[in-house]
Design a protein around this ligand. Structure first.
Ligand code: TRH
Length: 400
């Protein structure tokens, strides 16, 4: 008999739409449930190529393999007969296989197991409506699917945060040996203390030229680390034919040095964020990781055709900039808006942002601390228990 207070197994389904956000979140959650809570986790993913970028030891040719404590399965259209797990997570409404839904529906108390708890894990948003939709049921008789919304307030599902992440971060920040190791691993000596270190993970972005111009002509030396990705052609273009030099993956012009990095595995990416003073991030998961880094960051939101991403950006800004002095709040808003295609000069916006750095450093640390109270994986498991208890009451009610 399955103990319905704590799941023993979990199936996570992930359909990779584009980029790395869907698989990034699914893989992170899978590892956490397996390694911190001892669940038997199967991760069903339809694009092993994208998965292997985050987990380089994965073999894209295998149908099934074990990676970091997780059973990773290729999700094919023709779905095999499997026994559904206790906890079933459909990442971002990716639509479970019909045969799997039927198998869930067949499980009843009389078969010795309670029906799985079916969760649709939603995209992250700071908008107000999220609180009202978090945990809402969506009946699909005889099953019920529940919406689970990550978020930034106590009435949402919180954010993915590994148990030891913040202590590992603090150990890293206090340990010159660990810091040296990350610089070495990317083929560099530890940068001079007066160099501002910036990581830049971004989509194509017209504001790049203005930003780089400001960095080239600025007072401070800047080292910018660019992981391989969609902005790379623009980075190359910026330097070509200008008064700049290139050595392998390094470009230098004025006070700006740019180093192009290979895409690193997911855990290593955290260290890169910790090692930098300011992080430019995009989408969803890297944005959350930048928040855990406790450093000022600049967010390029995933653009949507109907422009709803602006509402999401402002909803987050409202929360993040709350309690900041007005000119500091304006500095964050100014750079984030121009970086997302809004009006204004990214060079001017950068200078205001850089001037506000001391206050933003403090804000970033406090923000990470505040958010850490609301842990998504723990909330998910609490919710599993809630559903179990609710079902038990229902059955008891029917019997009396
Ligand atoms: O790749 P993304 O742009 O993903 C996007 C967004 O999540 C968006 O909300 C979603 O709708 C869309 O996909 C389909 O950005 P994101 O979310 O930051 O995911 C990147 C992942 O890649 C994240 O888990 C961090 C990881 N990463 C590495 O592992 N190594 C690296 O070197 C870098 C730069 C990132």
């Amino acid at each position: 008999m399955t103990n319905n207070l704590m799941p023993r197994s979990c199936d996570i389904f992930c359909n990779v739409i584009d980029n790395y956000g869907d698989i990034g979140v699914s893989w992170r959650l899978a590892r956490q449930l397996a390694n911190e809570f001892n669940l038997d986790v199967r991760l069903w993913v339809d694009d092993l190529g994208s998965f292997a970028r985050l987990c380089p030891e994965a073999d894209v040719k295998l149908e099934t393999q074990r990676c970091r404590g997780v059973d990773v399965r290729r999700w094919r259209k023709v779905f095999p007969d499997v026994i559904p797990a206790d906890l079933v997570i459909e990442a971002f409404g990716c639509a479970l296989p019909e045969s799997y839904i039927a198998a869930m529906a067949e499980i009843t108390g009389s078969s010795g197991r309670t029906q799985p708890v079916w969760i649709n894990l939603e995209y992250l948003s700071a908008e107000d409506w999220v609180e009202g939709c978090h945990k809402l049921p969506s009946p699909r008789p005889p099953l019920t699917r529940y919406f689970f919304f990550p978020g930034f307030t106590g009435k949402t599902g919180g954010l993915l945060l590994e148990r030891d992440l913040l202590s590992r971060r603090d150990a890293f920040l206090g340990d010159p040996v660990q810091q040296q190791a990350i610089w070495q691993s990317i083929g560099m000596a530890v940068p001079a203390a007066d160099t501002l270190k910036i990581s830049l993970f971004a989509y194509e972005n017209d504001a790049l030229t203005g930003l780089f111009d400001a960095w080239v002509d600025g007072q401070q030396r800047i080292l910018c680390l660019v992981p391989e990705g969609r902005i790379l052609p623009q980075v190359h273009e910026y330097f070509v034919g200008r008064d700049s030099s290139r050595q392998g993956d390094f470009y230098v012009r004025g006070n700006l040095q740019v180093h192009v990095l290979p895409f690193v595995e997911q855990e290593k990416y955290d260290e890169l964020l910790w090692a930098c003073d300011i992080n430019f991030v995009r989408g969803e998961d890297s944005c959350v990781r930048a928040q855990w880094a406790g450093k000022p960051f600049v967010w390029q939101i995933y653009p949507q055709h109907d422009e709803v991403h602006w509402q999401k950006l402002h909803a987050f800004l409202n929360l993040y900039a709350e309690n900041l002095a007005p000119q500091v709040a304006r500095a964050v808003q100014g750079l984030w808006e121009t970086w997302n295609g809004g009006a204004g000069s990214s060079a001017d916006a950068w200078r205001e942002f850089a001037a506000a750095r001391p206050q933003l450093d403090v804000r970033a640390k406090v923000w990470a601390y505040e958010l850490s109270e609301n842990n998504l994986a723990l909330n998910l498991l609490d919710f599993f228990q809630e559903i179990g208890t609710m079902r038990a009451f229902k059955i008891e009610g029917q019997q009396t």
